[in-house]
Design a protein around this ligand. Structure first.
Ligand code: URA
Length: 444
């Protein structure tokens, strides 16, 4: 087989065989195919698309390019009877999206093991690994053996992706990022699902964000992605549900690493933003039902609500922090978490109904403050960020606090303040609040 023939076949609109796809992925992962040929191939895939069979073969080839973890057969130390399915959740990325910090302990406290490898933030979207690293000592570099032992012992893991998990995706994603080939549904589906399949989950809930602070800014694109993800998961014999959720304003109140950990802790203690809490409970209910732990979505929601209000989810979060060497005194007393030196409320410039908050702009303002990164590998400041005080639809009086900026120097604070103020729009007429979720996509 020749690399040029495989590139030319796709360039001319042909359908690639499983062997051709495997040949390309193996060759590229092992550095036998150079970046310039992989870039040409990606652009051909981007322009010509791939059918479901090709997307499936690409996903499997990428998943098998490294370790395939088998955690499903392991019995957790719960008394739930049959070993439950191991579940996972993936969000396509958003602003203020700290769902995993609440969801994972909540689901695990309901007796369903949640073993999750998660990422760092890039661009305007935050990453769970960065948020967790606000807790001194918390390790996000567990080995595969530690990952497996922890899910067996306490039924929960939240760690960074190991280097050997879907290495083909790591290389291809970096190349896509620099060759304008990110926004392709088959490429996104294979990238996300290869990592999920390799990390060993039996049941996966996909939180597909749509809106100004999401990868997909139209419902049409979000639906195409959600359907593509669900079809792929079903082909791979996994239980999969996709929820299309709103990202036209930040999720919850806080955006920024330590601030989001604090909000997650508040939520685990039963306070925090009502919308964020409801978001976590809805996703948890889907996961519990997919896992077979409960029979209906209603029963799943009731179990999730009880587990959150009993404090069991909070105790599981503490257990997680302790297991991964985090200093629990910081989560017991969240005031100890990194705090910015300047905390300044910014007043509303006018009265009116809040009509919109461009979430990507808020995310980028937090990057400007030092709380995110533009390039992979850049250090970040965990203490900075923004806390918004209103949701779309709220009636706001001029001069009352609109948001609070947390910064470590005045110049960046002023820039962030202007950027965030410009992200807000107001209306004299009443505005409907935004829904949390738009659609539920299942295989049925
Ligand atoms: N997230 C991923 O993991 N991969 C993509 O291609 C896009 C978003």
């Amino acid at each position: 087989m020749h690399v040029l023939d495989v590139i030319a076949k796709k360039r001319d609109g042909g359908e690639l065989s499983k062997e051709e796809i495997e040949f390309f992925i193996q060759g590229y992962t092992q550095d036998e195919i150079p970046d310039y040929q992989a870039a040409a191939w990606l652009m051909a895939l981007f322009l010509q698309g791939m059918n479901d069979r090709e997307t499936y073969d690409l996903t499997m080839a990428m998943a098998h390019s490294g370790d395939m973890l088998d955690i499903s057969a392991m019995e957790p130390s719960s008394d739930a009877g049959e070993p439950p399915l191991v579940v996972d959740k993936h969000s396509t990325g958003g602003v203020g999206d700290k769902v995993s910090l609440v969801l994972a302990p909540l689901v695990a406290a309901c007796g369903v093991p949640m073993a999750k490898m998660t990422g760092r933030g890039l661009g305007f979207t935050g990453g769970t690994v960065d948020k967790l690293e606000s807790i001194p000592g918390y390790r996000t570099d567990l080995s595969v053996d530690e990952f497996k032992a922890q899910v067996r012992d306490i039924g929960i893991v939240l760690t960074g992706q190991t280097a050997d998990l879907a290495p083909a995706d790591r290389k291809l994603y970096a190349l896509r990022d620099t060759t304008a080939t990110v926004e392709s549904i088959p490429l996104i589906v294979s990238s996300i699902m290869s990592k999920k399949l390799a990390s060993g989950a039996d049941a996966i809930v996909l939180d597909v964000k749509v809106g100004s602070g999401a990868f997909m800014d139209t419902m049409e694109e979000a639906e195409a992605l959600a359907h593509g993800l669900v079809r792929l998961g079903t082909q791979a014999d996994r239980e999969v549900v996709a929820l299309i959720s709103d990202m036209n304003q930040p999720l919850g109140w806080a955006v920024g690493n330590a601030l989001e950990v604090r909000e997650a802790i508040d939520t685990l203690h039963g306070s925090g933003s009502q919308g964020f809490r409801e978001h976590c409970l809805t996703v948890a209910a889907e996961i519990l039902q997919l896992s077979g732990r409960v029979e209906s979505l209603n029963a799943a929601l009731t179990l999730a609500m009880e587990t959150l209000s009993s404090g069991a989810a909070w105790q599981k979060f503490r257990e997680l922090v302790e297991a991964q060497d985090g200093d629990v005194t910081y989560v017991d007393d969240p005031q100890k978490l990194p705090q910015a030196s300047i905390v300044e409320p910014v007043p509303a410039p006018q009265s009116g109904y809040l009509a919109g908050v461009n979430a990507a702009e808020v995310g980028l303002a937090v990057v400007d403050l030092g709380g995110g990164r533009e390039e992979k590998g850049e250090p970040i400041d965990h203490s900075v960020g923004v806390v918004v005080h209103h949701k779309v639809g709220d009636l706001i009086q001029e001069g009352t606090p609109l948001f609070t900026a947390h910064a470590n120097d005045r110049e960046t604070l002023e820039e962030a303040r202007e950027r965030i103020l410009a992200a807000y729009s107001f209306s004299d007429e009443p505005v409907q609040p935004l829904p949390l979720f738009y659609r539920r996509v299942t295989s049925g």
